[in-house]
Design a protein around this ligand. Structure first.
Ligand code: AMP
Ligand code: GLY
Length: 423
């Protein structure tokens, strides 16, 4: 088969690596891809939002299956464009990708179908939002309705911060039109866990769990980022919790989307908080997590092409989804200053150290080729992943591999997976 992957981050690198493991695959293209993905795929310079050019490319190369990694094209309706042209594509249609594209939609869906989530109100009027804040309990969470690169969530400890947040999101439009509506949500506490799942419109098969580290600094300090590291599985996500979620969250979400005339086929990523009152959904995403994919996919045993096709064909119930009985840890190597200001174009050394080493991976997030060398080209530069027989072994292996890489402004968190010690 010929496969086209759409996206350019560490997540797409992990997807490309996993797709390349399938004996059914003869050729992989990636648009636009990055310097690391080139190891598995021919990268083509077409942007992820250029739907017509991508579809024309898929036709020209007789692509058998296109896999969309990123949220923007999914929410923008790339799957509908491909399907209208008779092209086979993995991912939710536009009317289902709204599960990620609009937080107000997803909160209303959960309320309507009794899916556990934090209490909330939606506002399209800034004055009404400000009036509501006067009586709200602190801390309080503000969420821009639309896509905001994972940065549209503000946790406000004081009324002043919350007022300023409403102004930033709704009036100054810090996140553009994503801020036309704001969700004001109850602050909940507990362990966070990410559960990615395959969905075929009616059946849902959760993958092994993972935990992300969203804040930039050690000890969960500093600004929110796209994710500074992950580990899998989460020791806090027990069999009982999984059973509860399957019954009260996962299947009900899939059934709710079908009942709304928005059958979901693709990946649903459940961002969960394990609260004292039980698991609650913090957010849905309509794609693999980044960097969750970098720890989940290396542990997946099943041929991913079989799973993608089953999701498209509505036959996921026939798939036996299996994961290794091991663990993985991913440490993101970022450019110092991320997520605000940072330098790019710095030479990366040590990438060769990974070749031929089983259980060690270096996924490229923001890299480029310059004069024959690989240089930094983004805030998150590389995801260094290692597996191990258990979480502690995986963590030790990952941090060992972090030292193999050098670039001038290399920055990373030293406490990825620290929570393991509390399990
Ligand atoms: P989200 O993009 O919705 O996952 O939010 C980003 C991060 O904000 C989450 O990973 C949580 O750490 C935090 N967060 C979101 N919603 C809440 C909430 N209701 N209570 C506490 N923390 C939250
Ligand atoms: N790591 C969080 C996300 O992919 O949204």
């Amino acid at each position: 088969m010929k496969i086209l992957i759409i996206g350019s981050g560490g997540r797409e690198h992990a997807i490309a690596w996993k797709v390349a493991q399938s004996p059914r695959v003869e050729k992989i293209y990636c648009a636009p891809g990055n310097a690391g993905i080139e190891e598995y795929a021919e990268c083509v310079a077409i942007g992820a939002m250029e739907f017509d050019r991508l579809a024309a490319f898929a036709k020209e190369k007789a692509i058998d299956l296109t896999v969309v990694g990123m949220d923007d094209p999914l929410v923008g309706g790339i799957v509908d464009v491909f399907e209208a042209q008779g092209l086979r594509v993995f991912g939710p249609r536009k009317n289902a990708a709204i599960l990620e594209g609009s937080k107000a939609f997803s909160k209303d869906l959960m309320k309507k179908y009794g899916i556990p989530t934090a209490a909330y109100e939606n506002f399209t009027d800034a004055d009404a939002a400000l009036a509501y804040l006067e009586t709200a309990k602190l801390p309080i969470v503000l969420k821009a309705d639309g896509l905001a690169l994972g940065k549209g969530v503000l946790i406000c400890n004081t009324l002043e911060e919350a007022r300023a947040g409403v102004k930033e999101i709704m009036q100054d439009k810090k996140f553009g039109d994503a801020g036309n509506c704001v969700v004001i949500e109850e602050f909940v506490t507990g362990r966070e866990v990410s559960v990615l799942s395959y969905v075929d419109g009616k059946t849902i098969k959760p993958m092994t769990s993972a935990q992300d580290h969203k804040r930039a600094g050690d000890g969960d300090t500093g600004l929110n980022t796209g994710g500074m590291g992950t580990f899998s599985p989460s020791p806090f996500y027990t069999k009982e919790i999984n059973e509860f979620c399957q019954k009260h969250i996962y299947q009900p979400t899939v059934d709710a989307m079908a009942a709304e005339g928005r059958p979901f086929q693709g990946i649903i990523f459940f961002g969960l908080m394990l609260t004292a009152d039980g698991p609650k959904v913090l957010e849905y995403n309509a794609r693999f997590g980044d960097p969750e994919a970098q720890v989940v996919l290396p542990r997946m045993k099943t041929d991913i092409i079989d799973v993608f096709e089953a999701c498209i064909d509505g036959t996921l119930d026939t798939i036996d989804l299996e994961f290794e009985d091991n663990a993985a840890v991913c440490v993101v190597l970022a450019s110092d200053g991320y997520p605000v200001h940072y330098e790019k174009g710095l030479k990366i050394e040590g990438l060769d150290a990974f070749s031929g080493k089983d259980g060690y991976y270096v996924f490229h997030a923001g890299t480029a080729k310059k004069d024959g060398a690989i240089v930094t080209n983004g805030g998150r530069v590389l995801g260094v992943t290692a597996t191990g027989s258990d979480l502690k072994a995986a963590r030790a292996n990952a941090y060992q591999a972090v030292d193999w890489i050098s670039f001038a402004n290399k920055y990373y968190r030293h406490d990825i997976g620290k929570a393991i010690d509390e399990a």
